[in-house]
Design a protein around this ligand. Sequence first.
Ligand code: CTP
Length: 395
Amino acid sequence: MKRILLIVSGGIAAYKALELVRLATKSGLAVTAVLTEAGKQFVTPLSLQALTGTKIYQDLFSLTDESEMGHIELSRAADLVVVAPATANILAKMAGGLADDLASTLLLATDKPVLVAPAMNVRMWQHQATQANIATLQKRGILLVQPDEGPMACGEFGPGRLAEPQAILTAIQAALNHGPLKGKHAIVTSGPTHEPIDPVRYLANRSSGKQGHAIAAALAAQGARVTLISGPVNLPAPFGLELVKVETTREMYDAVQAALPADIAICAAAVADWHVEAAAQKLKKDGSGTPPALNLSENPDILASISKPGPQRPRLVIGFAAETEKLQEHATAKRARKGCDWIVANNVGETSIMGGDENEVLLITQTGVETWPRQSKTVLAQKLVEKIVALRLWN
Ligand code: CTP
């Protein structure tokens, strides 16, 4: 059983640490918790103790604690040290090497990897001092779960909210490289592609990359080594995987070929089927009222090329089908045409799907069709990965 040492520092987000403990223990991790003085203002030692099922450590100079387990030993007994929420203050102490309470002393004494999930007011997060501390910590190999953006308890808006407990757990699992897909390599394509028309214009689509990124994170959480090949998106890079950023379908194709071999490939990207011979200079109106012709040429089909039988073919290849009508019929035909194992089919004619947070899909496999209910893209990704794990392809 993998063990984490969870340090809960002060801040309104500390209550989310309780949910994190609940999720972590449910996933089979053993959690020992340390509560700072400030943390105690927001969650009680008793509630943390009830959830972890073990003693909560609070004081540096506690004779009882030192006789049971010294602070040096405590700092090393876990496989990973997690600071969630991490305040601006504790990050500054870590960057400066201060050890003036139990939490900071453990962080200085530990020989284990450390993961921090910051939470603070947006100005405090964006302050040069905090950003410099984060840069210092990352340079030392400290793992970071980026804070989310959104409305804050203090009434302001911006980055600084603690990442959701599920996202922190995913990061913990990826850091522990712990899970049934350990040792397997997965390639995931995600997002739209941009096909330039001239230096300032491009052809694109409404894909946000949320589904592909969620799948990449879910695979990493199950221990896979993930190469995420993404078109232009406005999303933070998921934790613990290799991100390759591309613009065009042809670049995505090259990046996929370079990332092979893999055990699993999931093509969630909404790639452009065509490209334009891009003009070197901005296209100008010539005054005649005749628009310029866009001469389209077909792009390589990434999914079909990965699915071709041969020694490089991943054991499991999953494609997506974006359809606006006859979903099952078109997607079933697409599975056969592309040669992939499964197709996740979604109706993109419904405007809330592409770019939205939820998805409603059909899963078409060799053995039949499953209708999945409308659910968040994150949950859908986890369900899909659970189904992959359940295949026991590598046992
Ligand atoms: N795909 C790909 N390379 C392409 C086109 C599509 O890898 N050049 C992949 C997508 O990532 C997706 C699947 O193929 O997994 C189906 O994409 P979709 O756009 O639905 O289908 P198309 O191949 O474009 O077929 P059609 O034009 O008939 O809808």
